[in-house]
Design a protein around this ligand. Structure first.
Ligand code: SF4
Length: 263
C-alpha cells in the first residue's frame, strides 16, 4: 500500500547533511551546521557541489535532525543553516523557529540570492554570513562567477536588508584569482566600505585536489590595503579552518603565503 500524504502537511526542510560540531562556522558558538539541499547558482569554486541539485535525496529528515538537536541541548548552543542556498527552501523559517524554540542561537550562511526571504528571516537570526562574490557594481563578473544571470542586484538588496536589520554578520568573499584579481578585490573592498560594512572575510581559494600552498591569496601589501577600511577583516585558510590574519591585529609583516601548510 502506498503511503498517502496529507495535502495539509507542511513541507520539511530538505537536509543535505549535518556537521555535528563546529567552532568556526558560527562565531562565538559551539554549533551544528545543517546543510540545506539545493542552490540555483553554479560557482566554479563551490566546495559543496553535491548540494547544488535540489533533486538529490535528503541525507536525513529534518524531524531526525530536530530530535538530535533536542538531545544535544547543553552541549551545543548554536545551529547554523548552510548549503547549498538555505533560503531556497520554503521550510527554512519553520526550521529556524524550531531550533530557537529548543534554545539554540541561529545562524545562516547565504549568498543573498533571495533578498525578500532573507529579510523575513532576519528577526529570527543571531548571525548571518553573507557571500559577496564580486564587486557590487560588476554584475557581468558576478554572472560569470555564478554561471547565472541577474544575481548581483539580489545580493545588493540582501546586503541592504542585513545591514539595516542590525543583526551580527560577516560579509565573506572567496578570493579566487581566476575571477578576482587585486584590482577587483580593491573595488570590492571599496564597495563594501561605502555600504558601511564593518566585517569582511576573505577566504583563500583552493582548487579541488590542489595543495593548500597553491591557494590563491592576496599579497601582504594588497591585504593591508583591502583590510584597512574595516573594523575587522579576516583572511582565512583555503578550507576556512582558521584565520591566518585578523586585521587590525595583524602587524608582523609576514607574507601571507608563508602561513599556509598542508597539515
Ligand atoms: S552560491 Fe554557494 S552553494 Fe551555490 S553554487 Fe555558489 S558556492 Fe555553491
Amino acid at each position: 500500500m502506498s503511503a498517502s500524504v496529507s495535502p495539509n502537511r507542511r513541507a520539511e526542510l530538505r537536509v543535505g547533511g549535518v556537521t555535528p560540531f563546529t567552532t568556526i562556522d558560527f562565531p562565538g558558538r559551539l554549533a551544528a551546521v545543517v546543510y540545506v539541499q539545493g542552490c540555483p547558482w553554479r560557482c566554479g569554486y563551490c566546495h559543496n557541489p553535491h548540494l547544488q541539485s535540489r533533486a538529490a535525496g535528503p541525507a536525513r529528515t529534518w524531524a531526525e535532525v530536530a530530535a538530535w538537536l533536542r538531545r544535544r541541548r547543553g552541549l551545543l548552543d548554536g545551529v547554523v543553516f548552510s548549503g547549498g542556498e538555505p533560503t531556497l527552501d520554503a521550510a527554512l523559517g519553520d526550521a529556524v523557529d524550531e531550533a530557537r524554540a529548543l534554545g539554540y542561537a541561529t545562524g545562516l550562511h547565504t549568498a543573498g540570492i533571495y533578498p525578500a526571504r532573507l529579510a523575513a528571516l532576519l528577526p529570527r537570526l543571531d548571525w548571518v554570513g553573507l557571500d559577496i562574490k564580486a564587486p557590487l557594481a560588476d554584475a557581468a563578473l558576478h554572472d560569470r562567477i555564478t554561471g547565472v544571470e541577474g544575481g548581483a542586484a539580489a545580493v545588493q538588496r540582501s546586503l541592504g536588508h542585513m545591514l539595516a536589520s542590525g543583526v551580527a554578520y560577516e560579509c565573506r568573499t572567496t578570493a579566487d584569482d581566476a575571477w578576482l584579481d587585486d584590482a577587483a578585490l580593491r573595488r570590492l573592498s571599496a564597495d563594501l566600505a561605502r555600504r558601511g560594512v564593518a566585517q569582511w572575510a576573505l577566504q583563500a581559494c583552493r582548487r579541488p585536489g590542489a595543495a593548500a600552498s597553491s591557494a590563491s591569496i592576496p599579497s601582504a601589501r594588497t591585504w593591508a590595503e583591502l583590510s584597512a577600511p574595516f573594523a575587522r577583516c579576516t583572511l582565512r585558510g583555503p578550507d576556512g579552518e582558521h584565520a591566518v590574519f585578523d586585521a587590525p591585529h595583524y602587524t608582523n609583516g609576514d607574507a601571507p603565503a608563508r602561513i599556509f601548510t598542508d597539515s
